[in-house]
Structure formats: C-alpha cells, structure tokens
Design a protein around this ligand. Structure first.
Ligand code: ADP
Ligand code: MG
Length: 464
C-alpha cells in the first residue's frame, strides 16, 4: 500500500519523501481514504506513535482550498508542544503545494501576538481549547468557513481537564462541519463526547485494539534498595551514555529536584514541567532535540506531544497512576518502527504493581540488572559559605528549603545552618560539593549573584 494508492497527490508525496516518510502506517491506511472520500465524522483509536497526525493532516491539506484565505480546519490539541508539532507537520507536508498557512495558538504565551498573527491569511488553526475560547470571545477568529474540526489526543485533553472547553467549542460548531476524533484510549468522557457531538453513523476505526502497547517496546523493571534510587539511576544511565531517553516523574517538584541532582553527571539532563515559562521550556526542548541534552526529565503533562525520534529508552522513575498512562509514556520510545526500552524503577514492594500492569496491558516485564558501586562512606561534612543572609530575607528554615529546592539536596543532609546579616553557612556531606556549586553558582537573588566558598576567612572578608 502506498500513499498514492490512498489517493494522496504527488506534491504531498514529494514532501513526505523529503521527510523520509514513504509507506503509510495502519491508521493512515484506514483514515486517509475515509477523510478524502466522504464527509462523515470519524473516530480513530490507535496507540501513540502510530502516525495519527499525518492521518488527518494529509487528507485535510489535500481537501482545503489554499486560494480561500479562511480558516478551513481547526485542530484542538492538549498542549502547546503538540500544537507546535502539528502546525509544523502542516507546514512540512505542504512544501510543494500553493501556500497553506497553519497557525498554532496556545495558553501561556501573549495573546495579542496570536491575535495579530490570526489577522493574516490562515487556513488551519491548531489550538489548545482554553486559548481558543479566549480568542473566540475576543472575536479574533472567524470559523464561518470551517470544514474540519479535529480533536487530537482527545483522551489527553480530557485528562488535562479541558472537558468543559471542548463541550463549549463543539456546541458552538455548525452541524455540517466534519468532526474527526483521534485518541489512544477510550475513557468514558471521550465516549460521551462522541455520542453527544458526532453524527450518529460516525465511522470508528481501531488499530491493534487488544495490542494497545506498541509491541516493539521491551518492558523491564529495576528494583532499587531504599535510599539508593539515584545511584541506581546513575548506574543505568552510565551504561547508556550514548543513548537518549525521557524520564517520567509524578510531580513537578520531583522533576526539578532530579535535574538538580544530576547536575554535572556524564549524561546531560534537564527537566521540563509545568512551572517553567514558555521560553525555558522551549530552550530545554531545543537542547533535547539537538542532543545537547540526552535525558529529558518530564512530568506526564509536560511530555504530551513531544515528538523526538530515536529515543532509546523511557524511564518510569515513579510508576504511573494508571495503566493507560504507562502506555502513553512508553509510547514515546519505539516510534515509527524502531524498537525501544521502557524501565520501571521500583521498590521491592511495588512488584505487585508490575504484575498488575502485565495483566491489564497484556505485556511481559523482565528484571533489569545494573552494576552499582558500593555506597561510599559519607565522609567528614564540609562547610559551605554563601553570600546571602538576613539582608536577602533568609532565615535558617528558608535557607534549608532553598538548598533542597534549588540544589536538590536532601533536607536531612543540610546541618548546622547559620544565617548572618549578609552571609550564611552550613554543613553538608562532601559528595554534594560539586552538585551545590553547579546548581547555585551564578544564580541571581535580589539582584545579587549567588557566590559560594569553602574558605571561612575569605567569606568573612566577602572575598568569594
Ligand atoms: P501519534 O499521534 O499516533 O502518537 P505521530 O503522528 O506523532 O504519532 O507520529 C509519530 C512519528 O512517526 C512522527 O515522528 C512522524 O513523523 C512519524 N511518522 C508518521 N507517519 C509515518 C510513516 N508513514 N512512516 C514513517 N514515519 C511516520
Ligand atoms: Mg498524536
């Protein structure tokens, strides 16, 4: 089966070839002819990494009229990363077509700029639901000529709490607009959306229904003894310094902390999580795509829509809360026909959760062993002096919190904190020396650069 057999035209096929895409995936084989040939609503269920974006992007590109400078397709997505990704595919695959303009709009970025951009001719808008509603309220876009409404990653949009916004958008949409819903799983709320807003004879296609997890993924678990999790992670990474992957944490705080703990480690790591501003997120993502960063530490929400090819492994540093989350996370590796590894870091007591994933997802886990050096003696604590004190609003408590949050230390490892007018000092185990310098040096607080020293005399004289 070729894209040409599916009815995709030569100009689009040329652009696909330029992006090394030559054979359609299963979901593309089923969805493309349907979207090209009739205007019935469609529901497509397929695991992550199966090429759902192109499955709607290609037929939409072929169907819309580039000469009509009106919004003809609206794609709703859960996150800005995915939005940017989807708009980019529209851009790439329309390379040899008359100019088609796809604009992505999302929360967390200045709305005025987006309003301004939407004043130019735009054929496709890719939007997160909340921001779309803001823009509609401000009459920044006109959907009178809309032909297609796509709900991409519908299950994730629901997970992220966009149900009310999606309801509002679907309610305001004209009946004759063709609705296409793409999802990896079918939770109750997605079923309800389909029932309520898609036409009664909506066509539903499902790929690998019982085989929800990509079979090219190898599933492993690694049991770590209490308090040695970080050492086990480092050992795992040490054996894979040339590889790249994503590590999932359950919370933003954990993600940030882990990135601090890995400062200076042979495998370069950085975190993306919801507390980062747009600019920092984009910077981290650029670093990851360009392989300056080999390990991306992410929360589930922040990782949505990330499409980086050739990921060798996925680490479940904290187990996912639900089995479908395991599928989503692990689906970031083994994309587009490659194989990949998914590893769960667990304590002995959590083996039962591995068993439960096995039965729910119909997959098999194997244990993974790593060679971990014996725990080193803690050594004599060292005293670190820092050029911040009461004058910068620190007290003992906030100094400890600062060290935990910004340098990734354990609260129990920070001892004998003394805070003076414009200097503080504290004791830490020597193994943290590099970590603390790497994380804090050069940081700005109250317009002062953080400075650290091991030298008591110099710190008194304020020579750092
Ligand atoms: P999904 O939305 O199903 O999770 P994506 O649409 O993000 O998957 O596609 C996953 C990856 O596969 C992307 O990098 C995409 O460029 C690539 N891809 C899509 N279709 C094909 C194809 N027919 N052949 C090879 N790679 C493809
Ligand atoms: Mg997708």
């Amino acid at each position: 089966m070729t894209f040409s057999d599916l009815g995709i035209n030569e100009n689009i096929i040329r652009a696909l070839q330029g992006n090394k895409i030559s054979k359609p995936t299963d979901i593309q084989i089923q969805a493309i002819p349907h979207i090209l040939q009739n205007n019935k609503d469609l529901v497509a269920v397929a695991q992550t990494g199966t090429g759902k974006t192109a499955a709607f992007c290609l037929p939409i590109l072929q169907t819309i009229d580039p000469k009509l400078p009106k919004i003809q397709a609206l794609i709703l997505v859960p996150t800005r990363e995915l939005g940017i990704q989807v708009a980019r595919e529209f851009f790439l695959f329309s390379k040899f077509l008359p100019r088609v303009f796809a604009e992505s709009v999302y929360g967390g970025a200045p709305i005025d700029e987006q309003i301004h951009n939407l004043k130019r001719a735009t054929h496709v808008v890719v939007a997160t639901p909340g921001r779309l509603i803001d823009l509609l309220d401000r009459k920044a876009l006109n959907l009178d000529d809309l032909k297609y409404l796509v709900l991409d990653e519908a299950d994730e949009m629901i997970n992220m709490g966009f149900k009310a916004e999606i309801d509002e958008i679907l309610k305001s949409c004209k009946k004759e607009i063709t609705k296409l819903l793409f999802t990896a799983t079918m939770p109750k709320d997605v079923k309800q959306l389909i029932k309520e807003y898609l036409v009664a004879d909506t066509v539903e296609i499902r790929i690998n229904e019982e085989e929800l997890v990509n079979e090219k993924i190898e599933h492993k678990y690694l049991i770590y003894p209490k308090s040695r999790k970080l050492d086990y992670l480092k050992a795992f990474l040490n054996e894979r310094t040339a590889q790249r992957g994503i590590l999932f944490c359950r919370t933003k705080i954990a993600a940030k902390r882990l990135s601090k703990q890995l400062a200076g480690f042979v495998v370069s790591a950085d975190a993306i999580h919801g507390n980062l501003n747009q600019e920092s997120r984009e910077k981290v993502m650029r670093g990851f795509k360009k392989s300056r960063i080999n390990l991306l530490i992410a929360t589930d929400i922040a990782a949505r829509g990330i499409d980086v090819k050739d990921l060798d492994y996925i680490i479940h540093y904290h187990l996912p809360e639900k089995a479908e989350q395991y599928t989503h996370r692990s689906g970031r590796t083994a994309r587009a026909g490659n194989s990949g590894l998914a590893v769960c870091f667990i304590k002995n007591e959590e083996l039962s959760e591995i068993k439960s994933l096995e039965s729910q997802l119909n997959i098999q886990f194997r244990p993974l062993e790593v060679t971990v050096p014996p725990e080193s003696e803690p050594g004599t604590p060292i005293t670190i002096y820092m050029n911040m004190g009461y004058a910068q609003n620190f007290d003992k408590e906030s100094m400890r919190e600062f060290l935990v949050e910004e340098a990734g230390l354990d609260m129990v490892d920070v001892r004998n904190v003394v805070v003076e007018e414009s200097r503080s000092y504290f004791d830490i185990p020597p193994k943290y020396q590099e970590q603390i310098f790497l994380n804090l040096k050069g940081m700005k607080l109250e317009h002062r650069n953080v400075k650290l020293t091991l030298d008591a005399e110099n710190s008194k004289l304020n020579i750092y």
